[in-house]
Design a binder for this molecule. Structure first.
Ligand SMILES: *Cc1c(COP(=O)(O)O)cnc(C)c1O
Length: 361
């Protein structure tokens, strides 16, 4: 008898979200970011589902791109970190991938193979200060790539605080970005290719000049910012299980490791067979909502490797076998994340192999 815990991946919700976001992106081309196994959702299944709609995919590293190619994905695939070695460039050329180049080491590795590179993305540091050429190095680097025979060069940069349109950081980055496009193209002429937006910037009001958006987390139904009324996103991942044990404990008794949760009254405790060994975060605080058909119930006690416990005293209908949702429709991944001191991005990318994923088309 298998354990009743599952990650259900709703591929219909994925296309729904893509269509919704496409509307916001308007005439900009759409790149679906499927790095880290499509944020834990299953890169091959998600890419196969989206391939007919997207203009390109993006992954972080070459290995992830090769996995897509070997599964038959033929669309362009951008490797956001670019090559990590000269051999990596050979693989990028062989699999017809798009490298993002962000430093002179990568540029040097590309030298011999540029005729095999269909398109190169040039990563510019506008203020994130992780990767990218300085703004004053861009024109020279573009010229070098052109001399090496690269025809298509798309400029890209990444926002550090896209959730906050008004932050100094966002304003500084967007003004540098606009200057850059002015400097390198003479006018704000972005047909050559320019990409600044991630999910939050596409959904929010940053509106930078660009010809591509790079959509990641929002495709999977999550968001770090509140959605405009005309946009509905559906959760792609539903993490579910069932109540596997129920007991009454007396007031003053505690639940779980370290006795963190203390019963203030005679309490009914439900045990659910998922834990941090499945990706349910150990950081989850008492009170983290768990969905049931009767409403949400609070997590009670520390998360174990294989189990969690909930206070179901106020929900007498909950019994052995009652279905629960750890995250998905209710509560959302974003909501659970706030009880764990993290963001939903981390919850979905940290799910483990132990719990099966099932895909609904
Ligand atoms: C991951 C990533 C994205 C997608 O970000 P979301 O917030 O998930 O939409 C876009 N651009 C770069 C460079 C990234 O690394």
């Amino acid at each position: 008898m298998p354990r009743p815990s599952r990650f259900h991946i709703d591929l219909e919700a994925l296309t729904h979200n893509f269509n919704e976001l496409s509307r916001l992106a308007g005439s900009r081309r759409k790149m679906a970011v499927v790095k880290a196994n499509a944020y834990g959702h299953g890169a091959v299944a998600c890419a196969q589902r989206l391939e007919a709609f997207v203009d390109a995919f993006a992954v972080a590293i070459t290995e992830e791109a090769i996995e897509l190619r070997e599964a038959g994905i033929n669309s362009p695939v951008l490797v956001l970190q670019g090559p990590h070695s000269a051999e990596d460039v050979s693989a990028i050329a062989r699999y017809k991938l798009w490298p993002a180049i962000s430093n002179y080491h990568q540029l040097k590795w590309c030298h011999k193979l540029t005729h095999n590179l269909d398109q190169v993305w040039l990563k510019v540091d506008t203020g994130m200060h992780r990767l990218g050429f300085d703004i004053n190095e861009v024109a020279e680097t573009q010229a070098k790539l052109h001399n090496l025979g690269v025809k298509n060069i798309t400029l890209m940069s990444h926002l550090a605080d896209a959730e906050d349109v008004n932050s100094m950081l966002t304003q500084r980055q967007t003004s540098r970005w606009s200057d850059l496009l002015g400097i390198t193209t003479g006018t704000v002429e972005i047909d050559q290719g320019a990409s600044f937006s991630n999910s939050a910037s596409t959904i929010g009001a940053v509106s930078p000049p660009e010809s591509w958006v790079r959509l990641g987390y929002s495709l999977y139904g999550g968001s770090l910012i509140s959605l405009p009324p005309e946009l509905t996103l559906k959760p792609v991942m539903n993490f579910t299980s069932e109540v596997a044990a129920i007991r009454w404990i007396e007031s003053g008794e505690t639940v779980g490791y370290g006795g963190r949760w203390v019963a203030k009254r005679r309490s009914r405790i439900a045990t659910i067979p998922v834990g941090y060994g499945d990706g349910y975060p150990r950081a989850a605080a008492d009170g983290t909502p768990i969905g049931t058909p009767y409403g949400t119930v609070p997590l009670a006690g520390k998360v174990s490797m294989d189990m969690i416990t909930a206070d179901v005293t106020d929900m007498p209908d909950i019994e052995f076998g009652t279905k629960v949702t750890l995250w998905g429709d209710t509560p959302s991944m974003d909501e659970v994340a706030t009880y764990c001191g993290t963001i939903g991005y981390e919850l979905c990318t940290r799910i483990t192999e132990r719990t099966p994923r099932s895909f609904s088309r």
